[in-house]
Design a binder for this molecule. Structure first.
Ligand code: SF4
Ligand code: SF4
Length: 312
């Protein structure tokens, strides 16, 4: 659905919460990673909480505000005003263009996301293309979930394909199989998250069951596209030999093996983002997995002849 504050607006621009120009963790080489907002999952350990909601958010920190009024001057919609509570934004007028955040000297105003057209993203991609290609890299569409507004992502992947740049899709897999098939025609690599094999536990920790995710993973393994599987390993959730064995059996049974399985140990780096969003840091008692537990889990995958590594 398109609209003023939708994931894709009436100008066919997509809400993007970050564009990382020199990513080394999202596929081969150095990559430009485009983080698209909105996710059908709500993983309790999410390190990108600003990517979950389908709505853009504008943040204001009065303590940082120096009262320069640059944000008022720049706003073509006259959506901001200075009040006794500091800067206030009229949501009816604001189109979330992000200009006020761009000019705010102390970053008292920030946007959780900005709208980009395919052409705007391609301007950035083309500028970095020689550097990306020299490193054997390319672009990665990530999120959030880049396939929940598939048409925009397909247009972007098509545009990148025309420039001959390597394309990776980082997905939760919680989308229709038709979307997966169309994405596979437009990408060279899938980065696929496999969180846990028990569907009831999957629903408990991510908000959705895993049957569609497993089914789409089986499907991708039959398609003409490379596959890397990423497994977050979270103490107190899935850092168990039982889940490792179930995952290894499933992956070993796929029509073709993934190029790699990456075990990604849980860490607490996302906590500052929760604070900025004004949300409480969820306390689920998650633990950073012990080195010995990680080694055991890795050995399980190795025992099934699977290419596994710890970290990116
Ligand atoms: S995001 Fe754009 S429209 Fe909204 S207040 Fe800032 S400058 Fe004005
Ligand atoms: S531009 Fe930033 S610092 Fe200046 S008044 Fe607006 S919010 Fe405050």
């Amino acid at each position: 659905m398109k609209g003023k504050h939708a994931l894709v607006n009436e100008q066919n621009q997509r809400l993007v919460f970050d564009i990382r120009k020199f990513s080394i963790h999202d596929g081969p080489g150095i990559r430009m990673t485009i983080f698209m907002k909105g996710c059908p999952l709500h993983c309790s350990w999410c390190h990108n909480p600003e990517g979950i909601s389908s709505h853009p958010e504008k943040y204001y920190d009065k303590a940082k505000c120096i009262g320069c009024l640059d944000c008022l001057d720049i706003c073509a919609k006259h959506a901001t005003s200075m009040t006794s509570k500091g800067i206030v934004t009229d949501d009816e007028l604001c189109v979330l263009c992000g200009e006020c955040a761009d000019v705010c000297p102390p970053m008292a105003t920030e946007m959780s996301a900005k709208y980009y057209s395919v052409a705007q993203i391609m301007d950035l991609v083309v500028r970095e293309k020689p550097f990306l290609q020299q490193s054997g890299g390319g672009i990665t569409v990530s999120g959030g979930e880049p396939l929940i507004e598939p048409e925009f992502t397909f247009d972007l992947l098509d545009a990148c394909g025309k420039t001959g740049i390597h394309r990776a899709v980082d997905t939760s897999g919680f989308v229709k199989k038709e979307v997966i098939m169309e994405a596979a025609e437009r990408a060279e690599l899938f980065l696929y998250d496999l969180k846990m094999m028990d569907s009831a536990l999957h629903r408990r920790w991510t908000g959705v069951p895993n049957e569609m995710i497993l089914s789409n993973l089986r499907l991708i393994a039959t398609l003409n596209v490379d596959l890397n599987i990423r497994i977050p390993v979270i103490g107190g959730v899935n850092a168990t030999v039982e889940n490792a064995v179930a995952s290894a059996v499933f992956i070993a049974g796929l029509e073709k093996k993934p190029l790699s399985i990456q075990l990604l140990p849980y860490h607490i780096a996302g906590s500052a983002k929760y604070e900025k969003l004004g949300r409480l840091i969820p306390d689920h008692g998650f633990q950073v997995p012990e080195v010995n537990d990680l080694e055991l889990i890795k050995e399980v995958f190795e025992s099934y002849g699977l290419p596994v590594m710890v970290g990116h």
